[in-house]
Design a protein around this ligand. Structure first.
Ligand code: AMP
Length: 213
C-alpha cells in the first residue's frame, strides 16, 4: 500500500500515520521528522533547514526530493509506505511521480484530512511532542506525563520550535499558497479521498481504514 496523507499542519497526519504504520507494517515517512532529526544532529542538511523551519517556510524542493529519493529506495519500502508531510508543492508531486515510475512502484492513494483552521490553531498551540519518537500529546485527549518523559520511548517531551501562534499562522499561509494546489494534482492523477479530521483519533482512523480496506 502506497499512501499519501495530505492536509494542513495540525490535522493529524502524523498521529494517523503512526496507527497505519503499526497496523499495516509499513514505514511512516515524515519529511518534517527527518528534517528535525538532521537539525538535532546539526548535519549539513540540518544547518540548511533550521532557519527555514523556524520561519515556517518550506525547505527547497531539490533538498526534499533528495531526501525522499534516498529514503523510498530502501528495502523496508518494498511493500508500501506512508508519506506524511510530502509532497508539499507541485514540483515535489511531479518529482514523486517520476521516482515511482523509475522504481516501478504502484500508484499512490492520497487521503486528505480536513480540520477547521480555528481548531488547528488550538491544537498546535497546546501540542507537545516527543523529540525522539515524534509521539504527540495534547491536554484534552492525551496529556503529556508530569515528568515530560515519553512513555513509549523515554525521550524528552517538548514544545516544537514552530508551534507558536505566529509561526503556525505563517505555516497555514504557506499551506494555502503553496501546498493546497497539490490536491488537484492527485485528483487528476491518482486515487483521491477526503475525510473529516475534526473527530477523535479513533473515529478518523476507522474512516481511513474503511478507505484502505
Ligand atoms: P511538519 O513536521 O510536516 O509540520 O514540517 C515541519 C517543517 O519542516 C515545515 O514547516 C517545513 O519547514 C519543513 N518541511 C517538512 N516537510 C517539507 C516538505 N515536504 N517540503 C518543504 N519543507 C518541508
Amino acid at each position: 500500500m502506497y499512501l499519501i496523507l495530505f492536509g494542513a499542519p495540525g490535522v493529524g497526519k502524523g498521529t494517523q500515520a503512526k496507527l497505519i504504520s503499526a497496523d499495516y507494517h509499513i514505514p511512516q515517512i515524515s519529511t518534517g521528522d527527518m528534517l528535525r532529526e538532521a537539525v538535532g544532529k546539526q548535519t549539513e542538511l540540518g544547518k540548511k533547514a533550521q532557519a527555514i523551519m523556524e520561519r515556517g517556510e518550506l525547505v527547497p524542493d531539490d533538498i526534499i526530493l533528495g531526501i525522499i529519493k534516498n529514503r523510498i529506495s530502501q528495502e523496508d519500502c518494498k511493500n508500501g509506505l506512508i508519506l506524511d508531510g510530502f509532497p508539499r508543492t507541485i514540483p515535489q508531486a511531479e518529482g514523486l511521480s517520476k521516482l515511482t515510475e523509475a522504481l516501478q512502484l504502484p500508484a499512490f492513494t492520497c487521503i486528505e484530512i480536513t480540520v477547521p483552521e480555528a481548531v488547528i490553531i488550538k491544537r498546535l498551540t497546546s501540542r507537545k511532542v516527543c523529540e525522539k519518537c515524534g509521539m504527540d500529546f495534547n491536554p484534552v485527549t492525551n496529556p503529556a506525563p508530569a515528568d515530560h518523559i515519553c512513555p513509549k520511548c523515554g525521550g524528552r517531551i517538548v514544545t516544537r520550535q514552530d508551534d507558536n501562534e505566529e509561526t503556525i499562522r505563517k505555516r497555514l499561509k504557506v499551506y494555502h499558497d503553496q501546498t493546497a494546489q497539490v490536491k488537484d494534482y492527485y485528483k487528476q492523477h491518482d486515487h483521491f479521498y477526503s475525510i473529516d479530521g475534526n473527530k477523535d483519533v479513533e473515529a478518523v482512523y476507522q474512516e481511513i481504514k474503511s478507505i484502505l480496506n
